[in-house]
Ligand binder design. Sequence first.
Ligand SMILES: NC(=O)c1ccc[n+]([C@@H]2O[C@H](COP(=O)([O-])OP(=O)(O)OC[C@H]3O[C@@H](n4cnc5c(N)ncnc54)[C@H](OP(=O)(O)O)[C@@H]3O)[C@@H](O)[C@H]2O)c1
Length: 243
Amino acid sequence: MTDSKIVLITGASSGIGAATAAHLARAGHHVIAGARREDRLRDLVESTDATVGGSLSVRRLDVTDRADVASFVDDAVANHGQVDVLINNAGVMPLSRLDALLVEQWDAMIDVNVRGLLNGIAATLPHFQGRGRGHFVTVASIGAHQVVPTGAVYCATKHAAWAITEGLRLELDPAIRVTTVSPGVVESELADTITDADAAAAMSIYRAHAIGPEAIARAVAYAIGEPDDVDVNELILRPTRQR
Ligand SMILES: NC(=O)c1ccc[n+]([C@@H]2O[C@H](COP(=O)([O-])OP(=O)(O)OC[C@H]3O[C@@H](n4cnc5c(N)ncnc54)[C@H](OP(=O)(O)O)[C@@H]3O)[C@@H](O)[C@H]2O)c1
């Protein structure tokens, strides 16, 4: 029997976020899922049968908007009485070489992957501290552990996500748990925002052996489901054939 939790997840309109929101709702958790594409969020609700005890609700959310993230969390507390888990999953990956100077895409990655993460932490941390418990889950990347050509800025944002999450672990009351999940290549829409032709060509080869997003959903469910005295700090998952 699942210990039912109130779980917030960002970036749930496709890929890993959608799969994780659906998986957790089916496992009996109460999931509140946010992203900007409301039509895709509605599709997710329609395609997800939560089991008895679980639920899935959705709302529009832009993680780069600090006030919007704050109301995402505050509304959940008002409606459900508490938040147990925040999954900071929203991310973008418009890869390119640095000398392509796609500076607006650098900014977009920093805004979503780093500022969006920090906005989620800022909105949720006082609530977790007030309750003396809670669980932050960050979806980072294998790019938190390595740098690849065309991925300098993306990998920098994921190194930052790793560092910020490790900082939480070191600074916070140990009753607040902290997990970083670092996926390798996963089927999703993440590469669709690449406009640089060379990076897009390299990505289509790199992504040949992707695994399904359910693999990441299962990892998140495992971390959340461990008893309170177990803190699953980091998980790296990649396709068996990925090097
Ligand atoms: N797929 C992989 O191979 C892989 C590998 C390692 C790490 N990751 C990480 O996994 C996470 C999920 O990505 P994915 O692979 O599932 O890609 P995806 O299918 O493109 O999903 C990205 C999600 O982020 C949301 N998002 C983007 N900007 C946002 C914003 N400003 N506010 C709120 N939500 C926003 C998107 O929703 P809207 O556009 O509707 O807002 C979407 O739901 C990302 O952090 C990514 O870096 C993925």
